[in-house]
Design a protein around this ligand. Structure first.
Ligand SMILES: *Cc1c(COP(=O)(O)O)cnc(C)c1O
Length: 394
């Protein structure tokens, strides 16, 4: 793999014709160490955010031993890449064949579920195994998050009694899990979800061994600067300590975005300018699905050796395919003199960005280059002073 010091160095030295994915192993290492050292429980990496084997190895070497996988392909991938990893199959609706292969071939013992049907499926597929950790997925609100995960999965806390009771009969260890939605902008999201967990435990009167608070830990994007992660951890810890669970109960989290957003960015070229619209060589079918389909704003910067003196103005982007859907509203703030031939860096694409590239319309090839400079934004480099002033603002 090629290495470069920075995005600017790469753009000026090579003038790449295709988009280039930049990876920053040091940024992923820093995020992983932060969770491993500061989260008051076990950290499971949610593999779907970015399944790159290079990233998986970095997380493993940084102390992340548990992996949240959601398909049999992810089970196989992580098992092959990290033979010693503990895999937890946390998709509540699985194929019976996938459960059987995960259990008998790959040593998976932890499964999530949100229905009686799925409980029976897991029992059948594992032939009544006595060593299962079963996590019942509760439905919680996504109101504090930028991307909802509230409709598709999860049993309503008021209806969970029977399922919790039945799962308790089958499970060696019983867990409760939930997901507050991705990019949760306040720790209150977790505090409120934990109240629902309390209610469900009290109603069902079962002994619970694992509380899994899921993903949703935020990263920083333009217009979406969250409070420090330490506050999320404190809120979760306090709520966990007050739950009526067994004295040896474990606390788990499944961060995806927060562990890998800073790992990758993208260098693109402007192929045409039409007023405040820039036609760039990557888009909705490449690494920028979220920019196109959910209006996500990513940080952008113009890569020129001599800094532009023009004032910033708002641009929108068109990607390279031939359809109107390949459009990203932004606004993306760039110097007003951007023109065709310029290179841009688009930051924070390590989570749900570079992992979603397709080959549609003949576009989709992106070389990968390792760089050693800092990501455009980081949650993990704030000085003590900045953290303190954020706390005061809250
Ligand atoms: C997607 C997902 C995650 C990761 O969510 P982030 O918002 O990226 O942290 C964790 N757990 C489950 C079950 C998921 O579906």
């Amino acid at each position: 793999m090629h290495k470069h010091h920075s995005a600017l160095g790469l753009a000026t030295a090579h003038r790449p014709v295709n988009p280039v994915t930049l990876i920053r192993p040091h940024a992923a290492r820093r995020a992983a160490r932060f969770f491993v050292e500061k989260f008051p429980g076990k950290t499971l990496y949610a593999v779907k955010a970015n399944p790159s084997p290079d990233l998986l190895r970095i997380l493993w070497e940084s102390g992340v031993t548990h992996y949240d996988v959601a398909s049999i392909a992810e089970v196989r991938l992580v098992r092959e890449t990290l033979p010693g990893a503990v895999l937890c199959f946390m998709h509540p609706v699985k194929a019976e064949e996938a459960i059987a292969e995960a259990y008998f071939t790959h040593g998976v013992r932890t499964f999530s579920l949100d229905s009686m049907e799925e409980l029976h499926k897991v029992s059948r597929a594992t032939k009544g195994a006595p060593d299962l950790t079963l996590c019942v997925r509760l439905r919680v609100s996504s109101e504090h998050s930028k991307l909802s995960l509230a409709s598709k999965f999860g049993i309503a806390p008021g209806e969970a009694k029977e399922l919790l009771f039945a799962a308790r009969q089958v499970a060696d260890a019983l867990g409760i899990c939930f997901h507050v939605g991705s990019q949760a902008m306040t720790p209150d999201a977790y505090a409120q979800a934990m109240e629902r967990v309390r209610q469900a435990i009290v109603d069902a009167a079962v002994t619970v061994d694992v509380i899994d608070v899921g993903g949703g830990f935020p990263s920083s994007y333009p217009g979406m600067e969250p409070p420090p992660l330490e506050l999320y951890f404190e809120t979760i810890h306090r709520a966990f300590e007050s739950l009526p669970v067994s004295y040896s109960a474990e606390l788990w989290a499944e961060p995806g975005r927060a562990l890998c957003a800073e790992y990758s960015s993208l260098v693109v070229r402007v192929e045409k300018r039409r007023g405040d619209e820039l036609y760039i060589n990557d888009g909705a079918y490449g690494a920028l699905f979220d920019a196109a389909h959910v209006g996500w704003r990513f940080p952008v910067s113009l890569l020129r050796e001599l800094d532009s003196r023009a004032k910033d103005m708002a641009f929108s982007f068109y990607g390279p395919t031939c359809d109107d859907l390949d459009h990203m509203t932004g606004p993306f703030m760039l110097p007003a003199d951007v023109q065709a031939g310029d290179y841009l860096e688009i930051g924070m694409l390590g989570a749900y960005g570079c992992a979603m590239r397709t080959g549609f319309n003949g576009f989709g090839k992106a070389e990968v280059v390792e760089v050693t400079d800092e990501p455009m934004v980081s949650l993990y480099t704030a000085t003590e002073r900045e953290v303190a002033s954020n706390v005061v603002k809250l």
